[in-house]
Design a protein around this ligand. Sequence first.
Ligand code: 13P
Ligand code: SF4
Length: 355
Amino acid sequence: MVQTINAITPLDEARTILAGHFDLTYSKAIERSTAKVFDRVRDKIPEIEWPFYAPLIFQINRLKKEKDAVILAHNYQTPQIYHGVADIVGDSLQLAIEATKVTQSVIVQCGVHFMAETSKLLNPDKTVLIPDSRAGCSLASSITVEDVLAMRAMYPGVPVVTYVNTSAAVKAVTDVCCTSSNALDIVNRVDGDSVIMIPDQYLAKNTAKKTKKKVITWAGACEVHETFTAEDISELRHAYPTAKIIAHPECPPEVIDAVDFAGSTAAMIDWVKSTRPARVVMVTECSMSDNVASETTGVDFLRGCNICPHMKRINLENVLWSLHTMSEEVTVPAEIIAPARLAVERMIEMSRKRD
Ligand code: 13P
Ligand code: SF4
């Protein structure tokens, strides 16, 4: 029987299967070629574990060249992916913009499924792979095409601004997309005094506080950010009185009101790098501060985070298997590609105009 790695293969079994196809010994050559990566992640990955990661990183980087592939990784990916194998890292907007520029014929998306779909929309002729297609998102699964059409019928003529954290099918019945880094701008730029902003009720409420427009929203929420409360922020302030606290706008408004800065994952990274607080708590997904900490000296990163189980479905083992087998390929039905792509392209165009 041919052994294969799929979404439910346990990690130790996956490694055994991979060892049948790749040399995963930690040789001196591999130690040398991954030394710079280890330098960046040594505070996050114990030295004793490096011999397990380094051969995978080495093989992925080798295979990437052989297969003419590029790896796009979201800021929530683990440090070994973010620093070890990613070619381009960023927030949802940056990854979408970068996806329009890639020259390689294969894109491996280290992130969640809607991000891979966005890359496919912008590159219909390229092969887009996601190492585990179960990497979903509670926001994307909170709304369907029928839901959007029902809202349109309820509010005729009101423009629909859809967060990129949605399926391609939902994007296809949308006027324009937005991300957390351009939500306010996009809402202000669309025509009219009212806007339907879906599916994240908290991003919509946080945006509504800053715009004169009436914002109609949906009951979706990010399972990682909706659990943070204003009490959590008070407790953090009490525990770390000198620390700055920053959060993602998918958190409820009372959390955003209580923090020192709120912004997209990229905006949070920029804020830390430019403000350089002595101590900071990033109220978001846990890998964020691990990744920034590795590239920022003199800032003490304190814990106050949650793990996104979807983002964490992507690991070095399934990235290598994905490149080896060219799976799992992300496809979008032909009739959805054009309208969904238009909604994403409008967003990119509007974001460029603001610069
Ligand atoms: P960003 O666009 O800020 O990277 O957010 C994506 C996301 O899924 C946050 O939970
Ligand atoms: Fe979706 Fe939240 Fe995970 Fe981001 S952190 S991918 S919004 S579930």
